[in-house]
Design a protein around this ligand. Structure first.
Ligand code: NDP
Length: 339
């Protein structure tokens, strides 16, 4: 059986572009050994962290190797099995995205029930991005009713979940995003109290001072750079900053990475700044996350939005699109149908 996959063939320097990727067709073995399963991927996730992982630097996760298939989150279905734990038809989540089919030995496969939620939801609100928002907002951010919360990249997968979780907790929420359509969605669908388009209003600080007249108690930072600097200036005493991502820096090198110039606010206001990687919290918080998200969904407090590219060949374009704002909500690539 043939399977198409995407290889990283060149490390990007600066902005990611299509020349870094190659579409490759491979044979997938159909004669399974005892314990093996053949999986058809249905959906794959593209995520901003993949860009820093393309640099050849030591980090919390090893860099991607060149000239081999990329990996990333995916949901799929077992189409042949010699493993009793995963009968044919089982929905599974894996880190074996960026390919259409693969043979697995059962390791690294999480069973997902597609009767409870549509397959792609496990890559968005109910999956890693939703958990990231939950950890940053509720667990580490300790959001309380009445808190004034600011979320940057608010219309993305993590940001839109963070906004809605904070609203569900009873916070006042302000978001920023890069288009008027995203601002409309945040106000009308996600229910934030105020939002601004940072492309129309690049002076984040002036916008935040206008929209947060009582200051910010909790800043959920997806962007870094100017957004973080502006939030520092508008934070209330003893406020909390949750450093989730710094997407403004991911395609920059050397002097282009501008840094933050006003860290003295940390001292003068007694702020705390907490960075986190969601993978460190998956085991401990999986259950409370599922319980809270299930309740908020049933109460109509959470809405998912997805941007979908069709076909494995579109995966590089989808990934690049994260850095140009092409997505609203979770960026996904659809790889196949659930037959
Ligand atoms: P998103 O769905 O938010 O997609 C990225 C969005 O970022 C784009 O749509 C774009 O929207 C915005 N953006 C891109 N470049 C810039 C820029 N220079 N300045 C401001 N906004 C920009 O992605 P995710 O929800 O998956 O991830 C959001 C953040 O969370 C990322 O920084 C990511 O690395 C981080 N993250 C961290 C995790 C952790 O464990 N700490 C886990 C998962 C994600 P717009 O139109 O608004 O510009």
């Amino acid at each position: 059986m043939k399977s198409r996959e995407i290889h990283l063939v060149k490390r990007p320097s600066g902005m990611l572009d299509a020349s870094c990727f190659k579409l490759v067709e491979n044979d997938v073995r159909e004669a399974l050994n005892e314990g093996e399963v053949l999986i058809k991927n249905l959906w794959m996730s593209v995520d901003p962290y993949m860009r820093p992982r393309m640099n050849d630097v030591k980090s919390y996760i090893p860099p991607f190797a060149l000239n081999t298939v990329l990996d990333g989150g995916a949901v799929g279905v077992v189409i042949a099995s010699r493993n009793p734990k995963y009968p044919v038809g089982t929905g599974v989540e894996s880190m074996n995205g960026w390919r259409e089919y693969f043979v697995g030995d059962g390791k690294g496969l999480g069973i997902r029930n597609f009767a409870n939620a549509k397959p792609e939801a496990y890559l968005g609100l109910l999956g890693m991005p939703g958990l990231t928002a939950y950890i940053g907002t509720k667990v580490l951010g300790k959001a309380q009713p009445g808190d004034r919360v600011y979320v940057s990249a608010a219309a993305g997968a993590v940001g839109s979940a963070a906004c809605q979780i904070a609203k569900a907790i009873g916070c006042t929420v302000v978001g920023s995003a890069g288009s008027s359509a995203k601002i409309d969605w945040l106000m009308r669908e996600a229910g934030v109290d105020a939002a601004f388009n940072y492309r129309d209003e690049p002076d984040y600080q002036t916008a935040l001072q206008r929209l947060c007249p009582q200051g910010i108690d909790l800043y959920f930072d997806n962007v870094g750079g100017l957004a973080l600097e502006a939030a520092l200036a508008v934070m209330n005493r003893h406020g909390r900053i949750l450093c989730c991502g710094s997407i403004d820096d991911y395609n920059k090198t050397g002097a282009e990475q501008r840094g933050v110039k006003n860290l003295f606010h940390m001292i003068s206001k007694g702020l705390t700044m907490t960075g986190f990687i969601v993978f460190d919290y998956m085991d401990d918080y999986h259950k409370p996350f599922a319980a809270d998200m299930g309740r908020w969904l049933a109460e109509g407090k959470l809405r998912a939005h997805e941007t979908v590219y069709e076909g494995i060949e579109k995966a590089p374009e989808a990934l690049i699109g994260l850095f140009t704002g092409a997505n609203m909500g979770k960026m996904l690539v659809k790889l196949g149908e659930l037959d």
